[in-house]
Design a protein around this ligand. Structure first.
Ligand code: IPM
Ligand code: MN
Length: 371
């Protein structure tokens, strides 16, 4: 298969984790004889430094012409700490999402038994936790009209949704539920917000076409509590942009590390794949960041291209590395492996087509994997 991929490493640890994802991609393409043409572009703070804006027209054009985008992370404390700056890295991400109409952000939350002790939740609460968040990504308060009064003492952000914006992601979420455990939970604030009541109405209508899917409704304040108390009750969570942002960070800690969670954003044509973690600037260049989320995002890309065997092999590679303790500092402070080593190991597992002689190779790895 031939594909055109735009790679946006972004800022901070973005470069390091993306490099490991590309190792996995190259290994898969060798084994399965696919040809992916990669084009790397600056994006985020690094693009502001070089060109004055976080997303240049040239980069955007390249993204629009690609089959998929592989993104690292964006952001820099310089911008976070100064709200008066008018140009910010995040604007690039929002523009990219809007231009590509990436209206559906999919964030699977999977637990790995081997990482249970890294989770702040008790082990018994982690049993059978496996759900996916469908977050609306191009509407709501993120994109509504923003106002600030002349004397700058009053500000407002409009939260607006149309039926069409709600229904297109709702169909995707119902389809996903059908392939999973047939359960969908809408998270909203329908006791207060008009937009939430619109979401409920649209979902109630569409649910008639999916009588095999059980639908539940939760107010967001209750939902965050439920996510901590009983996360295994969820299958597909559907929610609007802002709630989805907050809920997915909260949900990520269940797994034990933000460094384990991939995501995809899909819309009309080109899809985007990225780890859900940020740019972790303190770790930049230290080769300590967890590349698993980036590698798993590459697996989601193959899944999106309907190449399930390829996706599975990457997932198996990640599981193999976990099982053999080839993990970064966030998961094992005592004997961590470097980010680049984790990437090497997963790529090597793929190159060997998964048939590795564990005992023999472990000897090799234990020598290789100490930072
Ligand atoms: C995310 C991020 C972004 C968001 C930021 C960087 C604009 O937090 O992808 O979750 O809020 O959507
Ligand atoms: Mn976020």
């Amino acid at each position: 298969m031939k594909k055109k991929i735009t790679v946006l490493p972004g800022d901070g640890i973005g470069h390091e984790v993306v490099e490991q994802g590309i190792k996995a991609m190259n290994a898969i393409n060798n084994v399965f004889e696919h040809h992916f043409e990669l084009q790397v572009h600056d994006f985020g703070a690094i693009s502001i430094e070089k060109y004055g804006i976080p997303l240049t027209e040239k980069t955007l054009k390249n993204c629009l012409e690609s089959d998929a985008i592989f993104l690292g992370a964006i952001g820099d404390p310089k911008y976070d700490n100064d709200p008066t700056l008018s140009v910010r890295p995040e604007q690039g991400l929002l523009k990219l999402r809007k231009s590509l109409q990436l209206f559906s952000n999919i964030r699977p939350i999977t637990t790995y038994e081997l990482l249970n002790d890294a989770s702040p939740l008790k082990n018994e609460r982690l049993r059978e936790v496996d759900f996916v968040i469908y977050r609306e990504l191009t509407g709501g308060i993120y994109f509504g009209e923003k106002k600030i009064s002349e004397d700058k003492s009053i500000a407002s952000d409009l939260c607006e949704y149309s039926e069409n914006e709600v229904s297109r992601i709702t169909y995707q979420a119902f389809e996903a539920a059908r392939k999973r455990k047939n359960k969908l939970t809408l998270i909203d604030k329908a006791n207060v917000l008009e937009t939430s009541r619109l979401w409920r109405r649209v979902i109630q209508d569409i649910s008639k076409e999916y009588s095999d899917v059980e639908v539940n409704y939760l107010f967001v304040d209750n939902a965050v509590m439920q996510l901590m108390l009983n996360p295994s009750q969820f299958d597909v969570i559907l929610t609007e942009n802002m709630f989805g942002d907050i809920i997915s960070d909260l949900a990520s800690v269940i797994t034990g590390s933000l460094g384990m969670l991939p995501s995809s954003s899909v819309g009309i044509k080109t899809a985007l794949f990225e780890p859900i973690h940020g740019s972790y600037p303190q770790a930049k260049g230290l080769d300590i960041a967890n590349p698993m989320a980036a590698i798993l995002s590459v697996a989601m890309m193959y899944e999106y291209f309907d190449l399930s065997q390829e996706a599975e092999m990457i997932n198996n590679g990640v599981n193999w590395a976990l099982k053999n303790g080839i993990i970064t500092k966030d998961l094992n402070n005592e004997n961590p492996s470097a980010c680049s080593k984790v990437g090497d190991v997963v790529a090597w597992f793929i190159e060997e087509k998964g048939s590795v002689n564990i005992k023999q190779e472990l000897t090799k790895l234990s020598l290789n994997c100490i930072i």
